[in-house]
Design a protein around this ligand. Structure first.
Ligand code: ATP
Ligand code: MG
Length: 239
């Protein structure tokens, strides 16, 4: 089981978009592999993408936070949509820091739970979408990760977002983060390559209105678009 965190301490760099499309692309490249997407952001945009039909009450009953505090079981809190396994979040997850940061065994319990679920259901990849803040839920994801991927654009603040994640990874003994130029023009991608930043993928994901349309509709975009080629290259490079 591989656990991948999509992380940056800069907001709006494409963490949720990359989480969704990394999951979808893994399925395209390796059709027999199973993917679990975990929404570890209290802003729950990934949950809204996949589960917009579900009521707030149903989401509040079974989600990442209720699993962490022992109010629901992991297996009953995971939904299956379009062959992707989804563990949703609600804004309640913001309370995890207060409720659980003094209980380090909560992370160990969750790890065991996750390993059991993935073994029983033959899940190959777990992808965590994380918040742009140094909170319990980000530490949980980094603590479990076998790789950390940081989307970056070409701006000093997105590079800053990367540096802070890099520092958090070192502190938690998580893997070194890999940078993916994301939502960039070809020129910006080249500027990133020329910047001397280490651990940047050769593949990059261009700016495309299709991602915005997809987020608005809550639907993975069509199979025939060229962007899939960029996404597939990225999957083959990072996995
Ligand atoms: N490659 C892209 N091309 C064009 N627009 C994009 C691309 N990637 C993301 N976007 C758009 O940028 C916005 C921010 O993306 P996203 O929500 O994935 O960022 P985020 O890092 O998860 O933000 P937050 O820190 O708030 O969780 C969204 O409106 C999304 O549709
Ligand atoms: Mg997000």
């Amino acid at each position: 089981m591989k656990v991948i965190s999509i992380a940056s301490l800069k907001g709006g760099v494409g963490k949720t978009t990359l989480s969704i499309y990394l999951g979808a692309s893994i399925q395209k490249v390796f059709p027999s592999k199973k993917v679990l997407l975990v929404d570890a952001d209290p802003n729950n945009n990934l949950t809204d993408f996949f589960l917009r039909e579900e009521t707030v009450e149903a989401l509040e009953e079974r989600n990442l936070f209720t699993v962490l505090i022992g109010e629901s079981r992991l297996d009953e809190s995971i939904r299956v949509i379009d062959n992707l396994y989804i563990l949703p979040a609600t804004p309640d997850l913001a309370g995890a820091h207060l409720e659980l940061s003094n209980d380090p065994s909560s992370m160990i319990r969750f790890r065991k739970n996750l390993e059991n679920f993935c073994e029983t259901n033959k899940i190959d990849f777990v992808i965590f979408d994380t918040p742009p803040s140094l909170t319990y839920e980000l530490f949980l994801a980094l603590h479990l990760s076998t790789s950390v991927i940081c989307p970056i654009g070409f701006s000093r603040w997105t590079l800053q977002g990367f540096k802070l994640i890099d520092r958090a990874c070192r502190k938690l003994e998580a893997p070194d983060p890999i940078c993916v130029p994301f939502n960039v023009s070809q020129k910006d991608a080249e500027r990133i390559y020329d910047s001397g930043l280490q651990n940047v993928t050769k593949s990059f994901v261009p700016k495309s209105a299709q991602f915005v349309k997809s987020a608005t509709l809550g639907k993975i975009f069509s199979e025939s678009l060229d962007i899939w080629d960029d996404l597939e290259k990225l999957v083959k490079e990072v996995l």
